[in-house]
Design a protein around this ligand. Structure first.
Ligand code: MN
Length: 563
């Protein structure tokens, strides 16, 4: 792998883009220098990893900014290069992509259902730009190819993360080929026993299957020639191992239930030819009922288009045929990366590059375009829409746990979501290490830290700005507890006893709408001490009452304490 190879791949799709070429070259040189003394786990120069990542991105026909970010994606994390330095050297757009990849990479994968789904969503939500995910996928592909050099504990975690998070993301973006590649690379590390069982059981017939496929190919080629169709490409494949494993789990691990172990793919120029070939195949061999799939008329949710049929082929062997056009094939292999880029290319070069806002608006526009492009695949667009436009945000605890909240949530909502006690004792918050007010609106991707104080009680005012009903409920119940246990005040009155004195004193309390809980007289006549316990309103009022009591005839002294 070399810079020249990356540049050549880029120029294949973007001839004459001198600005792009310069950007890619500059990033490569910068990255090589930044990682100069670093080695990969396999002993290779670190730069090899960046070349491989960048090459993938060029192969996916992504723009120069993405390829540049491919070279630079580890500089913040591993070389302590600052955001400011990247901005100065490469501009805001590339820096934005590198930062996005860095953020995603800091997310921690944990093995629980709910966590997995919110992590996938969070990755989409904090990316803001699909190119961030493309760079991350290219990075992950090379990391998986070199995983055998990493220490075993790490291997399993990375492999599971790949299967649970990154392969589904690739699939969701329509990058079938990438998703399958990631899964097969991860399979042996994620589920070693199952991998062993399956590769042993499949291996026995693998040679035969390849031999068989190689005999079908010339046969069908010949038949198509007779019909005067010259396909762009015919190839065949044995099913990917992990995809077979997943399918087997649905069929009680019974290999005989699987009919697409062998498949031939016929790529042609037009949709008419696709249907023509389907007809020819069905005339040659009887199709298997229920196995004819027209994904051209009805694309799959991720936009996948193709004709599939399984027929009792040569030797009566069930064989799958996939027939599609060149464009459909490109899309299936590389996903929306290519489609996305062509649509954006025109805008990117002219657009002002320094506004994150315009990027967000563009992003929304892009999704809407997809919606129009795949009118039959609501699910796909919906999935993205839910992730991006739903009213949910995904934020992190300082330990990297993902917390999912409604949009507009504040640190108080976050605190109650983590734990009721943390909510109740919350006195402040830091977001991304900066102190913010408690009514601050949290954004997706923020790291939120709650500051607490044990004796602290929630404030009634919080109810006016919290977003979640849960927090509201908890604040209310905590505040009403405070009312149920009101403070009390105890007056100690020293006086010269006389008839009607107690009545005069109690009149002052009743005029001020204060309840007397108890009154107790102590001492020996004529000097008495009266203790009165009433409910506490406020200090000024308590003071005022004390002065009034002092003025009563016979009172020598008054003091009070608040309990
Ligand atoms: Mn990397």
């Amino acid at each position: 792998m070399s810079i020249e190879k990356v540049l050549k791949e880029y120029l294949d799709h973007f001839p004459d883009d001198k600005i792009g070429i310069e950007l890619i070259k500059k990033s490569a040189i910068f990255a090589e220098e930044a990682h100069k003394n670093q080695k990969r786990a396999n002993g290779e120069e670190y730069f090899i990893h960046l070349l491989e990542t960048a090459y993938r991105l060029a192969e996916w026909k992504l723009d120069a900014e993405s390829i540049s970010a491919g070279f630079l994606h580890d500089t913040i994390e591993d070389c302590k290069i600052t955001k400011e330095e990247l901005e100065k050297t490469f501009g805001l757009e590339v820096t934005f992509l590198v930062e996005g990849v860095t953020k995603i990479s800091s997310l921690k994968y944990k093995e629980d259902e709910a966590g997995i789904e919110s992590l996938r969503k969070m990755i989409l939500a904090i990316s803001h730009d699909l190119r961030v995910i493309f760079v991350k996928l290219a990075d992950r592909l090379h990391n998986m190819q070199t995983l055998n050099f990493v220490n075993p504990n790490k291997q399993k975690r990375i492999a599971l993360e790949t299967i649970e998070i990154y392969a589904p993301l690739a699939y969701r973006l329509g990058m079938q080929g990438v998703a399958g590649e990631l899964e097969d690379l991860a399979f042996p590390y994620a589920y070693p026993d199952k991998y062993k069982w399956l590769s042993q059981n499949i291996k026995e017939t693998y040679e035969e299957r390849m031999k068989y496929l190689s005999s079908v190919e010339p046969f069908i080629k010949n038949q198509l020639e007779k019909a005067q169709i010259s396909p762009v490409l015919i190839n065949y494949r044995a099913k990917r191992l992990y995809s077979l494993y997943r399918k087997l789990m649905r069929y009680d691990m019974n290999l005989e239930q699987i009919y697409d172990l062998v498949a031939l793919r016929i790529i042609v120029n037009s949709i008419e030819e696709c249907y023509l070939i389907l007809g020819i195949i069905h005339q040659l061999w009887p199709p298997m009922p229920g196995k004819i799939k027209d994904y051209i008329a009805l694309p799959k949710p991720n936009g996948y288009r193709s004709l599939h049929t399984t027929v009792f082929c040569l030797d009566n062997k069930p064989t799958e045929f996939q027939i599609r056009t060149k464009d459909m094939h490109e899309e299936a292999e590389h996903g929306s990366a290519a489609a996305w880029l062509y649509a954006s290319q025109k805008h990117t070069r002219n657009r002002s590059r320094n506004s994150a806002d315009s990027k967000e608006i563009y992003w929304i526009k892009q999704l809407k375009e997809w919606q129009n492009q795949f009118p039959g695949s609501k699910e796909f667009v919906e999935a993205l829409k839910i992730d991006f436009f739903s009213d949910r945000i995904f934020v992190l605890t300082p330990k990297g746990k993902v917390i999912d909240l409604p949009a507009g949530s504040t640190p108080v909502d976050f605190a109650y979501r983590v734990h009721t006690d943390i909510g109740n004792s919350c006195i402040g918050a830091k977001i991304n290490d900066k102190i913010v007010p408690l009514d601050h609106k949290i954004q997706s991707g923020d790291v939120v830290e709650v500051l607490t104080q044990k004796s602290k009680k929630p404030s009634k005012d919080w109810i006016s700005f919290v977003q979640t009903n849960y927090a509201k409920k908890k604040i209310k119940s905590s505040v009403s507890k405070t009312i149920a246990l009101p403070k009390k005040i105890e007056y100690k009155i020293i006086c010269h006893g006389r008839v009607g004195l107690l009545k005069d004193i109690s009149a002052i309390f009743s005029r001020n709408h204060m309840r007397i809980f108890s009154a107790q007289t102590m001492g020996v006549d004529p000097i008495l001490t009266i203790k009165i316990i009433t409910d506490f309103m406020d200090k000024d009022k308590a003071e005022g009452i004390m002065i009034k009591i002092k003025k009563i005839d016979g009172v020598r002294g008054v003091n009070y304490k608040i309990d």
